[in-house]
Design a protein around this ligand. Sequence first.
Ligand code: SF4
Length: 184
Amino acid sequence: MDFEALEEACKACTKCSLHQTRTNCVFGQGSRDAVLMFVGEAPGEKEDLSGIPFVGPAGQHLNKFLAAVGIDREQVYIANILKCRPPHNRDPLPAEQDCCIEYLRAQVKLIQPKIIACLGRIAAMRLITPDFKITRDHGVFHQRGNFLITAVYHPSALLRDPRKNEDMYRDMKAIRQKLDELEK
Ligand code: SF4
């Protein structure tokens, strides 16, 4: 399936009950040639309304870190584990993740990023290891086949606890350094 067909299939998806409450399916945004891909957990209110990932306050906070380390948001790809918003922004249920994860897998296959950065514990628990602890394990890189995978704090966690901003900056700088190494 090509990118357009995948996006169309996702937007028409009724595989889990979240399709009943979504305004928009939030498929993903960014460069299809991205070397770096970010994966969050699920759309929030602003994302559900706009159909674009990470456009709300958390997204704007993420943009500041991207700018601070010199990463162009248009050059990366941003998606979520779930493409539809869970009511009241509750955590995605395992069954919902199981239904939706195939879209993300297909996105990764088509984009073939060299680095995947999970945004927050939900994505990290799904993509790195179920016992991932974000306070303990953020910023660590793991080789998985053709790509490196790591996790950083979810920007909404940083808005709740700005003391974590320093760790986020350090982890984003490390991602930037890996990108530079890949380009050598
Ligand atoms: S969350 Fe995923 S599996 Fe559920 S309806 Fe939306 S696109 Fe389909």
